[in-house]
Structures are given as structure tokens and as C-alpha cells.
Design a protein around this ligand. Sequence first.
Ligand SMILES: Cc1cc2nc3c(=O)[nH]c(=O)nc-3n(C[C@H](O)[C@H](O)[C@H](O)COP(=O)(O)O)c2cc1C
Length: 355
Amino acid sequence: MFTPYKLRGVEMINRVVMSPLCMYSAEDGVVGDWHVVHLGSRAMGGAGLVIAEMSAVHPDGRISIRDAGIWDDKHIEPWKRVVDFVHENTDSKIGLQLGHAGRKGDTGLSWQRGTDAQMEYGFDIVAPTAIPVSERARTPRVITDEEITALPGLYKRATERAEEAGFDVLNFHCAHGYLMSSFISPLSNHRNDELGGPLENRMLLPLKIFAEVRKAWPEDKPIVVRISAVDWEEGGHEIEDAVEIAKMFKAAGADAMDVSSGMVTNKRPPDTSMFQVPFAERIRADAGMATMAVGNIETGEQMNDIISNGRADFCVVGRGHMYDPYLTRHIAREIGYDYPWPNEYGRGGGFRSKL
Ligand SMILES: Cc1cc2nc3c(=O)[nH]c(=O)nc-3n(C[C@H](O)[C@H](O)[C@H](O)COP(=O)(O)O)c2cc1C
């Protein structure tokens, strides 16, 4: 886990990645001090790559009014402040996740859902087909042809802004039932035009948008695609579909697949240890590309097992990083790896209990 890995011209110093985590703490999409500390401290904590949360390419593509954004030029400078902190103070790389919440938009702040405080903001939520994500969820409106035509341009501009802000990596969000994912999954895409039907058709729009993003993003910087490998639901995707999806993104120039699962419907995936690692392993073997494994990965032993056995190339950790921003440094110490601490904290790295 402490061996470097290079994607295009960007070398990560180790295989630990902080998973994108929506913070619901931006104002009109503008990130602030919270994000400097949140992302900055995980980078100081030693993860080779920190991926900033899903950032909306359109204001209606937000989960809540406090989601991070990248739909406007005013978002560039505040993001640059976060990126500059990471680059100036740590050896980590930093990525941005581009997304559009689609039919899962306007569901409010995570900690208010299901309470009286939960708010909807009246975003115009769109989807390939008017199928709500669950029985209790709002029914989306079918996205218009004009809106579909505008999407590649929205993602392209968002990509250019991410480059202006100085991000090293992009994460193209095609998982969890958000707009791209809802086009890809047969559970949410029942269209009978060329964007619906067989997998090749359902992939047309995500691949078209990906092509725009790839063109707008510098040649020497990588793009990772996050997918829901399986839908955990009858009639949904199985791992064989995910391998085909990965092959299509690889052919389009994707550098790695970030392999999540589920959340296209409200059916809960099993919440067991490392439950999605087999999907990353299968995609890595059958599509022949780098993968990121995510989901209930906790320990250095697990990470070394995943990396050294070729099950995935990166270990992505979400909640574990919320619990412990210094996860990577703590693991290094546990397993006896000499991982230098920042100068300011050098004495902390050498700290040993006297108890
Ligand atoms: C608070 C929270 C916010 C999240 N936000 C995002 C997000 O912005 N984009 C995304 O792809 N996944 C998001 N996820 C999913 C995580 O990135 C990760 O895939 C999931 O938590 C499983 O990894 P873990 O077991 O290490 O936490 C979020 C998860 C949590 C708990």
C-alpha cells in the first residue's frame, strides 16, 4: 500500500485514497474553510489521493442547496484555495468528482433526512425516465432533448474550471443512481429511443459526455470513473455488465474504474467487510485496467492484501477517513513503515507513549 502508482503523468505516493464525501457545507456551490480543513487534513493524514465530493455541473443537479458546485466560474477560486493548500503542504494529489444528482436531487442535507427539518428546495429533478428512486421519493421529470444536448457542454465547462482550480485527477460520477448512473442502469432507464434499450445504447450519453470531458482535461492528467458495478436488484446490473461498462470507458480513455455498487434503487447492499472488492478484482482482471476498491476497507492488513494480491490498485476509504483523518500515517506506524511526517509535525511522528 505504500508503493507509488502513476496514472498518466500523475504519481500517487501510495495507494490510499479518500473517497468523495458530500459535506453539505457549501454556499451556492462555493466551498469554504470547512473544505480546506476537511480535505487538507486528510491529505496531511497521508492519503496519496483525496477526492473532493460530488460537485454539481448544474445548480439543479444538487442533492441539497448546500452541495459543492463547479457550474459557475465563481467556484474556481475557492476550490483553488483547497487545492493549493494540499499541494503546498502535503505530498498528496487531489481530485474532483463531477456529478449531476438527476432524480436523486433535492433530497436535502443528509443529517436532516427523515426529520421535520428536511427541506426540498424545488430543484427541477430530471431523469431518463420518470421513475422515482423509491416509493417515497419525488417522481422526476423526463429530461428534455434540449437538456440532453446541453449536458456535454456543462460537463466540459466544469472540467475546464477543475483544471483552472489545479486539480490533479477527475472522478466522473456514474454511480449510485445519479444522472449518469440512471442512464446506465436498466432499472432507471426505460427509454425507447437510441439512449435506451441495450447496454450500448444506455451508455451512449455517458460516453458522449465522457469524451467531452476527456478532450477538455489535460492529456497528462487521469480520469477515474465511479460506477455502481451491480444494482443488487433483480433485472439490474450484474458484474458481467460492469466489466462491459469498464471496457467501454477504457476504450474512451478512462484510466481507472472506481468500483462502488447499488443505490440506483433504495434496496440496501450487504454492509459486510470489503464487500465490493470482488467487483474491483473482476473488472481489473477482465477489463484489464486499474481499479479502485471501496467499501468497508479499514486496516493496513486489508489494504496490503488487496494491493499485493492484485485485487485492486487503490484502496478507497470514506467513513474510515471521517473517523481518522490520519488513517494512513497511523497504519504506517502500526505496520512499521517509515512514512515521514510534515516538518511541523515531525516530533509527533516520533511520539511514543510512556505508559
Ligand atoms: C457522508 C457521505 C457522503 C458521501 N458522498 C459521496 C459523494 O459525494 N460521491 C460518491 O461517489 N460517494 C459518496 N459517498 C459514498 C462514499 O464515497 C463511499 O463510497 C462509501 O461510504 C463506502 O466507503 P466506506 O465504507 O469506506 O465509507 C458518501 C458517503 C458518505 C458516508
